[in-house]
Design a protein around this ligand. Structure first.
Ligand code: COA
Length: 163
């Protein structure tokens, strides 16, 4: 059996950024206000700068091919502008699903944010179970784009205090 090389890290170049942008537009942004897509696009490109910590977009590659993405972005839910940052754009291409890549991307983004911010937020239309399994807690139910959503939060691990 052939062994696959699976790798998760920040998006590497403009080609990956272009692919991520296309996926995000198809999956969500085309249904949202144009300003949301403009912010998404700007975040993806800014994230390529190694000096920028948030926004940051991550890719999961199988033998070098992009199979999925996730991101930590300052804003995501227009109706909750004061909360954040957000775990957003968690997306695995259909033929790579149900192999653990989505969970691995979420864990990677959580660990990334853990050292940077006290808490991460997300909203989801239908993936509450995935996030509950990964330690997220429900904050509240809401409605976005006419559909029910669940807003969730994950707190950073407590730091050991300095004596
Ligand atoms: C949600 C999404 C990112 C999950 O990606 P994924 O790679 O399939 O995620 P995982 O493989 O980690 O977990 C998905 C399921 O596969 C199962 N699974 C994981 N590894 C598996 C394996 N090796 N064999 C069989 N099943 C497996 C998980 O237990 C989970 O089961 P469940 O759906 O019954 O709870 C993906 O379905 C997707 O892109 N959906 C469209 C966009 C979306 O909804 N994004 C989330 C926004 S909040």
């Amino acid at each position: 059996m052939k062994t696959e090389l699976v790798e998760i890290s920040p998006l590497k170049d403009e080609a990956e950024a272009e692919t991520a942008g296309r996926w995000i537009y198809q999956e969500w942004a085309r249904l949202e206000a144009p300003a949301v897509w403009q912010e998404n696009k700007a975040d993806i490109l800014r994230s390529l700068d190694p000096a920028v910590t948030i926004p940051k977009f991550f890719g999961c590659r199988v033998d070098g091919e992009l199979a999925g993405i996730a991101s930590v972005v300052p804003h995501d839910l227009p109706t909750c502008p004061t909360w954040g940052p957000w775990l957003a754009n968690v997306l695995v291409m259909p033929h790579w699903r149900r192999r653990g890549f989505g969970s691995a991307l979420v864990r990677y983004a959580m660990e990334y944010a853990d050292g940077l911010v006290p808490a991460l937020y997300l909203y989801t239309f239908d993936q509450v179970g995935l996030y509950l399994r990964l330690g997220w807690q429900t904050v509240r139910e809401d409605v976005y784009l006419g559909r029910p959503i669940t807003i969730m939060r994950h707190s950073a691990a407590p730091r050991a205090s300095v004596p």
